[in-house]
Unconditional design. Structure first.
Length: 112
């Protein structure tokens, strides 16, 4: 039970919950709750989108092999990718200086 509590607090809340909250609340506040179009993506945007496919394959393979713990771990890794991407693209800054970059961050984050 203690391990379960630690995982819920450290992984679900801190990693997945944090990413979902950041992406969704920012989209609600600054993009009228709509998914912005991806326009002139930068390499960082393309790399994050590519990571979705890579992680999807890892997750699918793990589930198909009945490796549920591994599948969940890979899903959390995708949330880590999302958190790292969101932090590195700094939409709280680009929303004032480069709206296209901000919208691209939201688009990619919502795809993740």
């Amino acid at each position: 039970m203690k391990d379960f509590q630690i995982r819920v607090n450290n992984e679900l809340a801190a990693i997945l919950g944090n990413f979902a909250f950041r992406a969704l609340s920012f989209t609600e506040k600054f993009a009228d709750s709509t998914i912005p179009e991806l326009v002139n993506p930068k390499q960082i945007d393309l790399d994050a989108l590519n990571a979705i496919g890579i992680q999807k394959q890892k997750i699918s393979n793990a589930f198909e092999s009945f490796k549920f713990k591994e599948a969940i771990s890979e899903m959390m890794n995708l949330a880590r990718v999302g958190n790292k991407y969101f932090t590195e693209t700094e939409p709280w800054k680009t929303r004032n200086s480069d709206i296209e970059a901000c919208n691209n961050t939201l688009h990619v984050s919502l795809q993740i």
